[in-house]
Write a protein that binds this ligand. Sequence first.
Ligand code: B12
Length: 247
Amino acid sequence: MPIVHEGLAKEFEYVTQEDERSMILEQIEAGDALMQQMAYSLITGDHNAVNELTQKALGEGREANDVLDEGLISGMAVVGVKFRDNIIFVPEVLIAARAMKAGMAHIDPILSASGVEPIGTAVFGTVKGDLHDIGKNLCIMMMRGAGFVVHDLGVDTKPDEFIEAADENGADLVMMSALLTTTMPNMGRTIAEFEDMGLRDEYKFMTGGAPVTQEFADDMGADGYGDNAISCVDKAKELIAVIRASG
Ligand code: B12
């Protein structure tokens, strides 16, 4: 459906780069008027509205994945552009992030409830110095939904915290998220600390976050990379298969 929500149409005008416009528009147009209202409420940081609209959308039988993509992630994409282009600043982004969390609270139990035997165990944190956790939380939700046991280490996770948690929980996978170019190197440093302790081969390492690329992941010696929550799960499954095959 084309953009019918007037407020959202105005917000979308802030997206001026052609490639971003077509990508975000595709996501918005996949949804309906309710999803547009949700995206708008997220952009304007109205967490009460996002809370209610998410419940309503799920109550009406929409798929949790669709609500996430069309209502919440599409709104967050516009927030990202406005933040980068200095139209809004940290406080507004935090308010939008709170609205995102209000919606995710309803989606989480659905995506996490798979009821299948655990297929593997992961520890997952945002690396040292980095406080971004929305993408990590999304990946964790999808991983749990796919049957993984995931221990959430939160944000600003130091290498020794990864090491301790991986050992304590008998992890197969050590998963790291970074959203800042300045904190990306901390992924490599974390792997290096495992190496220094003689533990590099005990685990498979996965990395991701908006600025991370496959090339960067390869350079730092990670075993896997994903650019969204779906590829995160796919790659995690692939690595578990490798671990199980090697006994
Ligand atoms: C929300 C946000 C914030 C919020 C974070 C709230 C929270 N609880 O997370 C707040 C306001 C706190 C914030 C603060 C800052 N931010 Co900020 N923030 C963003 C913003 C707008 C959105 C990020 C987001 O949540 N995206 C949505 C999620 C769903 O996407 P994602 O994180 O990329 O995750 C997906 C994939 O990457 C992947 N993935 C993620 N992790 C992993 C891990 C694995 C293992 C795998 C496989 C996959 C994977 O799957 C996820 C789901 O699809 C981005 C802009 C952007 N477009 O990215 C800037 C952005 C990341 N922030 C930026 C900056 C500069 C900052 C600050 C330094 C600002 C400041 N001056 O203080 C601070 C840093 C604070 C800190 N120490 O961390 C810059 C970074 C620039 C750079 N090159 O490093 C960005 C890119 C904005 C910009 N263009 O300038 N920010």
